[in-house]
Write a protein that binds this ligand. Structure first.
Ligand SMILES: *Cc1c(COP(=O)(O)O)cnc(C)c1O
Length: 416
């Protein structure tokens, strides 16, 4: 969706915070990701505002957009980070985030990840299995430190979202299930180098129904009661991310205030500090991808294709999750066409829209693919020898290149 506070037409040209996107495309070439710094900051503030009456801290889920300048824009506002790997921890530290504001998730952390996290002095590691807990204990013992640990519980609720982004169901690989809790409590009692301080969940992404969130939270609170009954003092509850955004104007996301009004009363009575991990909510509508129309072609059955210079290698969401992204002309148009908007990659799944009514763009003109700020550039890859795209950030009319496009040389530099 076009967030008109940050992206709007100015003299018939789509602009980001007043900067014309066709000028950016000409300067930096395409495909190009354009991020509005103020959009990131305002979404973070809106989130903080909604939950302001609750004792909490927010850790932006870095995987949504891990560019260090994006991380820095948020950490400058006081936001922490949720990282999912040693690589993301490295990014957060490079962005200057205080290690005590970093937490680490991940269903398959290696001993190296665990060691890096402990040596960096991050706030908390979230364990997703009993075996992982044993590894955390062993690494902490070897380093002579105490690891602050949260446990991700699988609350066994099925969020009504795309199956690839539901994570709180016991059929999925995530978290520790309710059948293992007693064994887990016993394990904690036996461990000397682990401080059990938090219960955690993350039930999926793009969750529209507050009731799923509520139901999962209630399950987490049952585990909290059980843990307290065993004598553990749990000071934190981490209820994850997954807060929705609007991709299609016809399908508006549940407002964040609605989640707040359902969750705050339930969470307040626990007496814990709540941790949130929003990713998409903060980043999705902060960015667009600008792509150039290379060719138009019409086949003998009258089907029209608009072939653009971006593909699934830059924005994989339509191919991976059948996601909808709005597509609009960078230059405002009166006329429309019905077309498939497709990329140059040798895969039939390489499309952004099928049979879509779009602005009647000509060859050489630009399209903007909206809501590309989360799970966009971070998933770009070099398949088909493609160069990962450039990214620019706009801040009140000032533009900075925050990632250079890959070069051909980079494509082979690791091939020894
Ligand atoms: C991906 C992820 C998030 C963020 O999810 P969004 O839907 O982007 O808010 C938060 N926590 C964990 C553990 C995740 O894996």
């Amino acid at each position: 969706m076009l967030d008109s506070r940050f992206f709007s037409y100015k003299d018939t040209v789509l602009s980001c915070e007043g900067v014309a996107l066709d000028a950016l495309a000409a300067e930096y070439s395409t495909p190009l990701f354009v991020v509005s710094r103020n959009a990131l900051v305002e979404q973070y503030r809106a989130f903080e505002e909604a939950f302001s009456s609750l004792s909490h801290f927010t850790c932006y889920s870095v995987k949504a957009n891990f560019n260090i300048h994006v991380i820095k824009a948020l950490s400058d506002q006081g936001c922490g980070c949720d990282v999912n790997s040693g690589g993301e921890l490295f990014r957060a530290l490079k962005a200057g985030v205080d290690p005590q504001k970093i937490i680490m998730a991940g269903v398959g952390k290696s001993d190296q990840d665990i060691e890096y996290a402990l040596q960096s002095g991050i706030f908390m590691l979230k364990a997703e299995s009993l075996s992982e807990l044993r590894h955390i204990e062993a690494v902490a013992r070897r380093l002579g430190v105490t690891a602050s640990v949260g446990v991700r519980i699988n609350p066994n609720v099925t969020a009504e979202t795309h199956p690839y982004i539901t994570t709180g169901d016991s059929k999925e690989k995530f978290g520790i299930d309710e059948g293992s809790l007693d064994e887990m409590f016993d394990l904690f009692k036996s461990m000397k180098h682990v401080n059990f301080m938090c219960l955690d969940m993350h039930i999926g992404s793009q969750i529209f129904d507050t009731e799923f969130y509520h139901a999962a939270t209630e399950k987490l609170l049952d585990v909290l009661d059980a843990a307290r009954a065993k004598g553990f003092s749990i000071d934190y509850l981490d209820i994850g991310g997954g807060f929705p955004v609007t991709y299609e104007p016809q399908k508006p996301a549940t407002p964040i205030e609605q989640f707040a009004s359902v969750l705050i009363p339930v969470l307040k009575k626990t007496g814990t500090t709540i941790i949130f991990e929003p990713g998409r909510f903060i980043a999705a509508n902060s960015g667009v991808m600008v792509t150039k129309v290379l060719y138009r072609k019409r086949n003998h059955i009258g089907k029209e294709f608009v072939i653009v210079d971006a593909g699934m290698t830059e924005l994989i969401r339509p191919a991976l999750y059948q996601s909808y992204h709005e597509i609009i002309g960078v230059k405002q148009q009166e006329a429309t066409i019905v077309a498939d908007v497709v990329g140059p990659v040798c895969e039939s799944g390489d499309f952004f829209a099928r049979g879509r009514t779009i602005d009647a763009v000509g060859e050489g003109e630009y399209l903007a693919i909206l809501s590309a700020g989360a799970y966009g550039a971070v998933m770009s890859n070099n398949y088909n020898g493609r160069l990962r795209p450039a990214e620019v950030m706009v801040d009140n009319g000032r533009t900075s290149l925050i990632r250079k496009r890959d070069t051909f040389e980079q494509l082979i530099e690791n091939e020894v």
